[in-house]
Ligand binder design. Structure first.
Ligand code: GUN
Length: 297
């Protein structure tokens, strides 16, 4: 069997087209959606991600405000910037690029962002809301994965989904979103026993562990739909290339459908960041008083 390759670029382009149309509608109502992006330090991967986020925002008509701070920035200064962005009615979304330098407490910084402007869905209010089944801003990468799964499979109800990885950014919210979609969910992690055997029972596999080519054909039930969140740079024959957490060549001989790396999940993350920004702008322009209240911390 040869798996259908799920085209994340095409799916992201569709989402971004819809986002652009919503931006135009908001413009007509006098609202200019705006996203503030904060980068502390000069992590090379974060630099690339931030550049792409700002570029994509511009393409769909979202104003972006870049705040690049030196790695030596103190936590109080960062929190001061976040509080001022919370109070600014012209800013609808705030993205704090991770990882942060070690001297800044990540949770404290993320908790400082107003839940109404938390386009990453990392604030405890939004994390809790997701687990309660409330309609809140949800993390961009797992939301993008869910979108791809709906495109590939339609209804997800009753499917057995295995999520490999338990990070706050992908694994945990992915499991919560799949549960909300009425899947039976198993989360595998570094301490799981018989991981490959458990994975072989899955209709859906989402791999988000950061280990190159860990999942191969021997981990998969024939016909399983595989979403690969991993982006790992490896050296091979003296050349560097990007691979996922799934061994694509091996897995695609058994899977029913599979996302490639690159061109699978990656473009969806940015598309859903734009989607969340427009959603936040819409909600804040409907309820400006409520948004202002939430921003006071
Ligand atoms: N670093 C890696 N992924 C992400 C993400 O989705 N959001 C933020 N803010 N930082 C990240």
């Amino acid at each position: 069997m040869s798996a259908m390759v799920i085209d994340g670029k095409a799916a992201a382009a569709q989402v971004l087209e819809q986002v652009s149309a919503e931006v135009a509608q908001l413009n007509q109502a006098g609202v200019q959606p705006a996203l503030a992006v904060i980068l502390v330090g000069q992590d090379p991967a974060s630099e690339v991600y931030v550049r792409n986020k700002v570029l994509r925002a511009g393409e769909c008509g979202i104003r972006s405000l870049e705040h690049r701070l030196p790695a030596s920035t103190g936590e109080a200064e960062l929190l001061g910037l976040i509080h001022s962005l919370n109070r600014d009615p012209g800013v609808h979304g705030i993205l704090l690029q991770l990882p942060l330098p070690a001297h800044i407490e990540e949770t404290r910084a993320l908790q400082a962002i107003s839940p109404a402007k938390d386009v990453d869905g990392f604030h405890a209010e939004n994390v809790g809301g997701l687990h309660q089944g409330r309609d809140v801003l949800t993390p961009c990468t797992p939301t993008g994965c869910l979108h791809l799964l709906h495109q590939a499979l339609g209804e997800l109800r009753g499917k057995h989904a295995v999520v490999i990885g338990r990070s706050n950014i992908v694994g945990k919210p992915m499991a919560a979103l799949l549960l909300e979609a009425d899947c039976s969910v198993t989360v595998l992690h570094s301490r799981s026993r018989d991981a490959a055997e458990l994975c072989r029972q899955a209709d859906i596999v989402v791999a988000a562990v950061g280990r190159p080519c860990m999942v191969d054909a021997s981990w998969l039930k024939p016909g399983a739909v595989v979403v690969d969140v991993g982006i790992n740079r490896i050296e091979e024959h003296g050349r560097s290339r990007l691979v996922g957490d799934v061994d694509f060549a091996s897995a695609s001989a058994v899977a029913g459908a599979i996302t490639p790396v690159p061109g699978g999940v990656g473009p969806m993350t940015i598309a859903f960041l734009m989607h969340n920004t427009v959603r936040a702008a819409r909600q804040q322009s409907r309820a400006p008083k409520e948004a202002a209240c939430l921003s006071i911390s």
